[in-house]
Write a protein that binds this ligand. Structure first.
Ligand SMILES: Cc1ncc(COP(=O)(O)O)c(C=O)c1O
Length: 397
């Protein structure tokens, strides 16, 4: 019998991390690699936030906080949602976490019994199905396609809702597709949730990084919703580890108990910096968004020029999800070859589910100059004609 738990064995590896590791090896050998694989902003955290953390740290904010998080931060989250979306989030319904990732454990841990189902799009952020399975739940993946803006087919969605369905997962702007749901999409999902008694679990981590139109939170449309959010992306704070869960009242105490036991609390001085991020760094967010937009406006047509298909114009986050089937190989083999042969690192679409097979995800959280170089290499590699004989076999792990 294997000494490793079945639960741990069932977690699918995040292949893009293998790409990152291999890229680092190649760099150690002296190769120049263009990094388009990782969703980590290339910008430094805005100064105003860093200074706030320094002051908080030297001012003695180095102890445990309440498990729910500092009241000042939960108030600031209330004000943020009030100012941006006109909704009143009760500060006591917010649980501050060490990044958005632990908030997923709180959400699914508070919501799911073994065998309960969560519907999620395929492709989607790969942690969702892993969290759900790890907690004994069942991820129900529903294929979404570029032709329909990577939206759920609402009839299919309604038909998939059964007695064990507890939530429908949405991510807007989306990783990996960059697609954004409009108010009418959110309204339709909210109506469905109210009609069927399921919850919407809305990952809003890429809010602040939508390029056209006004952003909307699911909470404008229904209270039958959990919101996951965090500071990693819009505030360029991936390494700080700060996020939060907004939960319907009856789930707050259960989520708080999970937090108390498993994490105690988020870092005290990072929470203080989070207050300043929300209150004083919106100008920085706008500046970074402008630069991402400039890159997007270069990258998307340039990838099409190289021969890749992008049928759904990305309108948020910092990813272009391109159909690379013209190069006639599986996405994992293709991303490995692009790394080895062209020196371009990108994420294989299959990392985000079977629905992502045939696609590559290019992150534009890197400078325009590097994007130009990456595209130049892709064009050169594509123009040589793709020889499939040296295709790397799929990883069995
Ligand atoms: C959609 C989505 N949700 C959550 C996360 C995790 O974010 P955090 O750094 O806040 O844990 C990511 C990170 O890439 C993401 O893309």
């Amino acid at each position: 019998m294997s000494p490793v738990s079945k639960r741990a064995q069932a977690i699918r590896p995040f292949v893009v991390m293998d790409i990152v590791a291999r890229a680092k090896e190649l760099e150690a050998e002296g190769r120049d690699i263009v990094h388009l694989e990782i969703g980590d902003p290339d910008f430094p955290t805005p100064d105003v936030i860093t200074r706030a953390a320094e002051e908080a740290m030297t001012g003695g904010s180095t102890h445990y906080t309440q498990s729910l998080g500092l009241p000042t931060l939960r108030e600031a989250i209330h004000d943020h949602y009030r100012n941006l979306y006109g909704v009143d989030v009760v500060p006591d319904d917010v649980v501050v976490t060490q990044g958005t990732s632990p908030a997923m454990l709180l959400l699914f841990g508070a919501l799911l019994d073994p065998g309960d189902e969560v519907i999620m799009p395929d492709p989607c952020y790969p942690a969702y199905p892993n969290y759900v399975s790890f907690l004994g739940g069942v991820p129900r993946l529903m294929r979404v396609r570029p032709e329909t803006g990577f939206r759920y087919d609402l009839d299919e969605l309604e038909a998939a809702i059964g007695p064990r369905t507890r939530a429908i997962m949405i991510t807007s702007p989306s990783n990996p597709t960059g697609a954004v749901l409009g108010p009418e999409d959110l309204q339709a999902l909210a109506d469905l949730a109210e009609r069927t008694g399921v919850h919407i679990a809305s990952d809003e981590i890429y809010h602040g990084l939508t390029f056209s139109g006004h952003e909307h939170t699911i909470l404008e449309f229904t209270d039958r919703a959990f919101v996951l959010n965090g500071f990693s992306k819009a505030y360029a704070m991936t390494g700080w580890r700060l996020g939060y869960l907004i939960a319907p009242r009856e789930y707050v105490r259960p989520a708080e108990k999970i937090q108390q036991n498993f994490f105690l609390a988020a870092n005290a001085f990072v929470q203080q910096a989070g207050v300043v991020a929300l209150t004083s760094a919106q100008g920085d967010v706008a500046r970074m968004r402008g630069l991402y937009d400039e890159r997007r406006r270069y990258l998307v047509p340039a990838l099409r020029e190289v021969g890749l298909r992008i049928d759904c114009e990305p309108d948020g986050a910092f990813y272009a999800f391109a159909d690379a089937r013209c190069w006639g190989m599986d996405s994992l083999g293709l991303s490995r070859r692009l790394l080895e042969e062209a020196g371009v690192a990108c994420a294989p679409g299959v990392d985000f589910g079977d629905g992502g097979e045939g696609f590559l995800r290019f992150s534009y959280a890197t400078s325009l100059e590097r994007l130009h170089e990456g595209v130049r290499r892709l064009a050169e590699w594509g123009a040589k004609g793709v020889d499939r004989s040296s295709e790397t076999p799929a990883d069995e792990s």
